[in-house]
Design a protein around this ligand. Sequence first.
Ligand SMILES: *Cc1c(COP(=O)(O)O)cnc(C)c1O
Length: 470
Amino acid sequence: MSNDRQALERAMWHAFAHLDGLDTSPVGARASLTDLRKALTRPLPQRGMPAIQVIDELVADTKNGLLGSQGGRFFGWVIGGGLPAAMAADWLTTVWDQNAAVYACSPAAAVAEEVAGAWLRTLFDLPDAASFAFTTGSQMAHVTCLAAARHSVLAARGWDVAQKGLGGAPRIRILASADRHGSVDRAVRLLGFGAEAIVSLDVDDAGRVRPDALAAELAQADAPTILVLQAGELNLAAFDPFETLAPMARAAGAWTHVDGAFGLWAKTCPELKHLVRGVELCDSWSTDAHKYLNVPYDSGVAFIRDAAAHQAAMTLSTSYLPGGTAGRDEIDWNPEFSRRARGFATYAALRELGREGLADLIARTCRLARVLGEGIGRLPGAEQIAVSDLNQALVCFHSFRPGATQSDHDQRTDQVIAGINASGEALFGGVTWRGRRAMRISVCNWRTNDDDVARTIAAVESVLAKMQDT
Ligand SMILES: *Cc1c(COP(=O)(O)O)cnc(C)c1O
């Protein structure tokens, strides 16, 4: 048997063992940092070794340091699993090892991306002329979109940022939700706007940017302006009122970008699309296929209404790469040069699910998040403090100690989270939300089903029963 075949067959065998073990293995990592360093820190070999030995040892050495995020009882962050066709297409992507930089390097990769991008644009109801890029994640989708925004708002003032840079340019203001994701701030830093360019906009109780806050800022200064809104905030999955805010920004000459890492997927579900009403009125959109679409990492997508601004911000041509074919050169739209042919996995996921399967996945995870939040919230001493219209919920646990303070309640909440995570039955994250510690519940894995939810509620109940009355 060839070395290729041996190594890949061994990997396949280990992959099946991993997937088959998801129901019975602990969801959290068992190994400590010390354990993992000890296992993986081997001498850099002078001479090589057989590929199957490398693979077997890699599996043995990492085994207890992997999270069960592929399984149905991982609720820690908005992570998602891998759909069968998406995982398999991702394997093939590795084996084919295409460099999806330009059409000539991999014609099939370029066309698969072209088709998958157009499918997504249709699913999200975005303008037919919008351009797109498959990036590593929403972080780089933000960078791509905001680079186009920078180009556009400065061009409107007669400034060519591609040629002149930012030195001496009119200073750009970034208006963004106070509850934004940190990746927005980093994109702003990377693009040279500076963190001080960001003005945080007040949100209402539901976590939505207040129209009066935006109106006040738009009236403030006559500077080139980029507004960053959100479809799916991290804790409440809040959706900004795009229908109201986007026209205000447009009237003021501002560019509106949407962080829709997971929330934009609501648009693909008939029962939930009202949540993102008006999102199509904005100018650019970031989302992730590796979260809600359940495609393996890394897979983000950027969409931009003004394709010319997008291309002007990203394009690159060199004499040694044959450009100018009728095919789509990815390098015109992406921040990367050489890159993985990541469009295949998204193409495969969309075909496996179809419109109906995708709508069902989104609706199902949202229903299960509600059942889970309510179920845990009904346990003794528990209280569901926030439930979203999407796939998130927050639960607190109360200390039974007489005269207990907020810090006692916070401590108990952290103890319950630690207890359930240590049990291995499920995994949750914690967050400090409006001054209280809370258990964060995110459901976005296609595998999660009613049994997983019932099993998790029972596991939290038994953790509570075992805890002393603190
Ligand atoms: C995950 C997430 C991001 C960052 O996306 P990556 O794919 O990790 O780069 C940005 N915004 C929100 C709301 C997210 O949930």
